[in-house]
Design a binder for this molecule. Structure first.
Ligand code: SF4
Ligand code: SF4
Length: 478
């Protein structure tokens, strides 16, 4: 089979290839230079805060419940200490829709700010794994030389040690990740109990450990370029007014190597007109996705700002103003004035305001106690020796409040009838669901033939929480 190669000699030919994939389809390993500068320092501070939150949040408890929990298995979710039950599923759907529209709006204005500063993939890779690699094997160029050098016992030990640390870190991240799903208490049990008691949990930890290890030790920028759906959507979300890490081609072009001026000849010599870009390729060397930002906005760019720092350092050295590469929009470079309010942004903002208001309304008015009363499935009406008819019911109460709620069940209509609880149902513990059962017996004279509608009231300290309508069957087997 012959491979059809895309043209490589046109101004746009960089768009025909992925910098980290060779012409034959093999991986081009990116040996990114270690970034340094104002933006890298700021990103480090943000990453430290994020990592502290990410690794610390599972240990925080609010009213005895985790601060954050995404227990898909038991359908229990806790966001910032607020507990959501399956009954709140409509809020989860609305919340996700709000998040989706927020992403559209945010990305249309600020581009991939999320990718460069907040995405866990970038934070883990750039701030943990790559820093360890720099520590073991030096800067990008040294790493390349080290990898190309023949294997020695010392190099082998160093490589194994680095990979072992990578795996240990991935194992730790997998544990933390799982603690967001099952809670830190369950995770502690998996860690401390005999392994045979938690085979499924251990298996899940191992799967996630190998997955994270594969992504951070090997797959790296490919996850952003090939797999991440958010990255794939960029071309639809951004436009010429979007703020992104951009090269100021008006100021930088025509690029050219720095020319040393001979003071003896400069009076007569005509120097070629040059832009500020000295074509040093520092911005390319430092890029973790291996692209050249001077080609314009590209799908591979995760807006990590490393090229801004690299170019600012060069500009400082050659005594030119910083910001040849900076956060700006294509139109701002072309026209010299920045404009971000477009009809598209206004449209997104309108939808965002509507959906966020809807979400806030439902969130703030969500019932804090949910009551469900059903006839016990499979049960029929029973006739007692005294002639009364009895129905068996199931009562389920969800208490979303941070305190226990005392409960009293009363029959509102018809006025004749006796409720008998089966088991204890005097109160529902805080942030919990409790299920009980009860009998309702009614005298024959209250049942004017056929099934009747009944209305129950669930009260707490005299206050009506909810009225529930259901049926009382009168048809008995005997
Ligand atoms: S770092 Fe700046 S000066 Fe050097 S090649 Fe990149 S844009 Fe040009
Ligand atoms: S082009 Fe610049 S901002 Fe984009 S990924 Fe490369 S170094 Fe980061």
């Amino acid at each position: 089979m012959s491979i059809i190669k895309a043209p490589t000699d046109t101004p746009d030919s960089f768009r025909n290839k992925v910098s980290s994939i060779g012409a034959e389809g093999a991986r081009n390993w990116i040996y990114a230079k270690k970034p340094s500068g104002k933006f890298y320092n700021a990103r480090t501070v943000v990453s430290v805060l994020l990592l502290a939150f990410l690794f610390g949040a599972p240990f925080i408890k609010v009213n005895g419940h985790p601060f954050m929990l995404f227990n898909i298995i038991e359908r229990k979710f806790v966001f910032f200490g607020m507990v959501f039950f399956p009954q709140d599923f409509y809020l989860v759907v609305l919340g996700l829709l709000t998040a989706l529209v927020s992403i559209f709006l945010f990305t249309a204005i600020f581009g991939r700010l999320w990718c460069g500063w907040l995405c866990p993939q970038t934070v883990f890779l750039e701030m943990l794994f790559r820093k360890i690699e720099f520590l073991f094997e030096g800067d990008g160029r040294q790493q390349r030389q080290y990898n190309e050098a023949p294997m020695t016992p010392g190099k082998f030990i160093k490589k194994v040690l680095k990979q072992a640390i990578f795996f240990a870190l991935s194992f730790f991240i997998a544990n933390m990740f799982l603690s967001y799903i099952i809670g830190i208490d369950e995770l502690k049990k998996i860690v401390t109990d005999p392994p045979a008691q938690h085979l499924v949990g251990l298996f899940a930890i191992l799967i996630f450990s190998f997955l994270f290890y594969g992504v951070f030790a090997w797959f790296r920028e490919q996850a952003c370029i090939i797999v991440c759906p958010y990255g794939r959507y960029q071309s639809a979300l951004v436009d010429a007014n979007t703020i992104a890490v951009s090269y100021d081609f008006k100021r930088g072009e025509p690029r050219g190597k720095l020319v040393k001026i001979d003071p003896k000849r400069s009076a007569t010599e005509t120097l070629p007109s040059r832009g500020d870009c000295v074509d040093c390729k520092q911005c390319v060397d430092v890029c973790p996705t291996g692209i050249d930002i001077r080609n314009g906005i590209q799908l591979e760019c995760v807006n990590c700002t490393a090229c801004i720092d690299a170019c600012d350092a060069v500009m400082t050295k050659i005594k030119k103003p910083k910001g040849l590469i900076r956060y700006t929009s294509l139109n701002a470079i072309r026209e010299g004035k920045f404009k971000w309010l477009s009809p598209r942004i206004l449209g997104y903002a309108g939808v965002w305001i509507a959906i966020t208001s809807l979400f806030l309304f439902f969130f703030l008015t969500r019932p804090m106690t949910e009551v469900l009363i059903l006839r016990q499935p499979g049960s029929l009406a029973q006739k007692q020796a005294n002639g009364e008819i009895v129905n068996f019911y199931l009562l389920q109460i969800v208490n979303k409040q941070a305190y226990d709620v005392p409960i009293e069940l009363k029959l509102i209509a018809p006025d004749k009838g006796q409720i008998t609880m089966v088991g204890e149902m005097a109160s529902v513990p805080r942030i919990a669901e409790k299920t009980g059962r009860f009998f309702l017996s009614m005298p024959k004279d209250a049942l004017a033939g056929g099934d009747v509608n009944v209305k129950f009231g669930v009260y707490s300290q005299g206050k009506l929480l909810k009225e529930v309508d259901t049926k009382f069957l009168t048809t008995t087997l005997n």
